[in-house]
Design a protein around this ligand. Structure first.
Ligand code: OXD
Ligand code: MN
Length: 593
């Protein structure tokens, strides 16, 4: 094997455990060369050029989209593959019924066989990265080994990647090991395996973001959630947003919505015209690591430094900040093209000419852009980037907000009665499936805390951990639930959503400040309609009624669905959560709402 170490020898002394691991992987995978990424701009541009030379990246219209490129993935490799994603703990119960499981020795044997010699003729890239601000006590290091330069470029945009990360790892003396190869892209040989007890991840056969950018879902959620439980914090699938009122007071909210349910849009919300003087600051759009602070509040950092957002639907009206963010220096994956080589997706003006697979656009082939097509971009380009996004200690949370995509049942907003009830609201979360994962779209499934695809251990233990975290906080965030997606009988959305969601966030903040009262109902606290600002919205009063309707019969069914789901977790289910559910059921049976 011809091995070219770029600057690795100088760094050997800094992190011998990294080099020993890289050597071992190289012996298994037999790459033609080894390249240690330093994370510089120069390196980024060189790799971009290399990929353009191989036609793996297409430069886009330099006048309209400077520094932007298009990547097309294999048509069979366009989303996360939950059915091929495993959590491999020694004891199956530790992974829980919420995860696919294989015993670690069997998983290792299977993965070793797939990785053996898989990098022949390819470059092995060593990608040191840090999840969280480099100088944050809450940040954690990782190293991804990959044979995909596309992955390297994306990791550079999404994480603090390169030399500083390697130095941080040397200081910490520990890191998460992530091994990735695109393999032969055969879905039969595609697996994403997690070994939380070894702090390691192995992924083969996919180049798609969530399966291949190992810092994101694999490390920052699955492995981190496991680490968080043992260390007393939480790793969550949540955006983090700061809402500033005209008096300059900022409240931070962390919101857990399932994939492709509008986290990026809410994190970058543009206040409506009727909200002069209000500002919205983005801390993160997908993942939050939550730590108790000395003052008894819960603090959030965003472990990522970029956005891997869903392109379709993003436009000037729905998300002007995202639209501005991705006008330059962005990698697009699986979008369509216009006649003058601009990126295009459903929801944008103009016309597609080439579809996401590179074919002349023909509507009979389906949407022009793949429904899960993405943009990858550095977070600092966002006009609403928070000044505290890089703060080592994070931002204090006033509220945690759960939400799902539900045509019916859940009202526009309600507040949990207390932390334990909030854990029940989160644990009972359900949402219609989206294109972010392979499988049927639009089916309601249980997605507790929006973590169904991402919790790295048994949900029963995870809920216990949530309950314990709340008890340890003197001043915990208030917990809420929102549903932007409720429809009328003709299938029309009842709520305008997007910027107007600020009206709901304002009610949430008023409740956190204990400024206003609310209606105590069987499912929790609902707004007095006079306290929710709906002025100028042109909503018929029937829509408002429907948005807040609580149908006891539907809720009885919902609670029996939650009971049946909880029973899958057997004796590990925390007794206090069982009691909380029993109380909720008793309330709905005895009330007319
Ligand atoms: C994502 C997802 O890409 O949740 O963030 O699928
Ligand atoms: Mn996500």
């Amino acid at each position: 094997m011809a091995t070219t170490f770029k600057y690795a020898p100088a760094l050997d002394s800094l992190s011998p455990s990294v080099t020993a691991w890289v050597d071992g992987v190289a012996r298994l995978t037999r790459p033609e060369r080894i390249y240690w990424c330093d994370g510089t701009e120069l390196e980024f541009q060189r790799l971009e050029k290399e990929l353009v030379g191989k036609n793996e990246l297409l430069p886009l219209n330099e006048a309209t989209n400077p520094g932007c490129f298009l990547s097309r993935s294999d048509p069979s490799d366009v989303a996360r593959v939950e059915h091929l994603t495993y959590v491999c703990t020694q004891n199956q119960d530790d992974a829980g019924p919420n995860n696919h499981w294989i015993a670690p020795d069997i998983a290792h044997a299977r993965m070793d066989a797939l990785f053996r010699g898989c990098m022949q003729g390819r470059t092995l890239y060593v990608v040191p990265y840090c999840m969280g601000p480099i100088d944050s006590p809450f940040a954690r290091g990782g190293v991804e080994i990959t044979d995909s330069a596309y992955v390297v470029l994306n990791m550079k945009l999404m994480t603090r990647m390169g030399r500083a990360a390697l130095e941080r790892i040397a200081q910490d003396g520990t890191f998460v090991k992530g091994l990735h190869s695109t393999g032969d892209l055969n879905p039969e040989r595609r697996f994403i395996m997690h070994f939380p007890e070894e702090l390691s991840i192995q992924s083969i056969g996919s180049g798609y973001g969530g399966n291949a950018l190992l810092g994101k879902k694999c490390h920052a959620l699955r492995i981190a959630s496991w680490q968080a439980r043992t260390e007393g914090w939480l790793a969550e699938h949540m955006l983090i947003v700061g809402i500033e009122n005209p008096q300059g007071e900022i409240h931070y909210l962390a919101c857990a919505f399932p994939s492709a349910c509008g986290k990026t849009n809410l994190a970058m919300l543009i206040p409506p015209e009727s909200y002069p003087g209000w500002k919205v600051w983005t801390v993160g759009d997908d993942i939050a690591w939550l730590h108790p602070g000395q003052d008894g509040r819960l603090y959030a950092i965003n472990p990522e430094s970029g956005y891997f957002g869903v392109a379709p639907g993003t436009n000037l009206k729905t998300n002007r900040n995202a639209y501005e963010t991705i006008r330059r220096d962005t990698i697009f994956t699986n979008v369509a093209l216009t006649a003058d080589n601009q990126p295009w997706w459903e929801g944008l003006p103009g016309k597609p000419v080439i579809d996401w697979q590179g074919r002349p656009y023909d509507p009979s082939n389906g949407p022009a852009a793949q429904p899960n097509s993405r943009f990858t971009v550095g977070a600092h380009q966002n006009p609403s980037y928070s000044k505290l996004a890089d703060a080592p200690g994070g931002v204090p949370l006033s509220a945690i907000v759960f939400g799902g995509r539900r045509r019916s049942l859940t009202p526009l907003v309600y507040q949990a009665r207390n932390w334990l009830h909030g854990v029940l609201v989160g644990a009972g979360l359900a949402s219609e499936t989206t294109a972010a994962a392979t499988g049927t779209v639009g089916v309601v499934r249980r997605d507790p805390m929006a973590m169904k695809p991402f919790a790295g251990y048994n949900f029963a233990d995870y809920w216990s951990h949530w309950i314990n975290m709340g008890s340890a906080l003197k001043n915990p965030p208030q917990i809420f639930h929102v549903n932007w997606f409720r429809q009328d009988t003709s299938g029309k959305f009842l709520w305008p959503g997007f910027g107007e969601n600020l009206r709901v966030l304002r009610w949430i903040i008023d409740r956190c400040k204990r400024n206003i009262r609310a209606k105590d109902t069987a499912i929790g606290h609902l707004p007095e309609i006079s306290d929710l600002d709906i002025g100028g919205l042109d909503l018929p009063s029937s829509a408002i009624e429907e948005l807040f309707a609580v149908d006891p019969e539907l809720w009885k069914l919902e609670y029996s669905g939650i009971s049946a789901y909880f029973s899958e977790f057997g004796a590990r289910l925390p007794q206090s959560l069982k009691t909380e559910l029993a109380d909720a059921i008793a309330r709905i049976h005895s009330s007319q709402v």
